[in-house]
Design a protein. Sequence first.
Length: 127
Amino acid sequence: MPTESKNLGDLGEKAAADYLKNKGYGIIERNFENAVGRRLGEIDIIAMDNRENELVFVEVKTRELDKFRNTLPEENITYPKIRKLAKIAGAYLRLRGLEDANYRFDAISVWLDKNGRQAKIKHILSL
């Protein structure tokens, strides 16, 4: 049974993916995990920034607006988390034969209202 925070996270990831689509990004994958070898973690969204011709690995952090109005979701993206993202991104690039691709890491902060019907989104380019 999914937890309330998992459901909130799923809603935030959907809002972030919709935001990226509306900005002209192509969504390639969501919730990528390496299936081979030691589990390295998960990448929330892998997208293509068609304007910059870059693959974008996106970390999404979601908070409930009423409870966390004065905190920034991206505060939870720590240096160890970025290192972990780099490892899983490297695995993704190797698995897909994209070692020479241009890529970057972005973050999207999402604040959702209690019902998950409205979202405030902040897109941080190049972590």
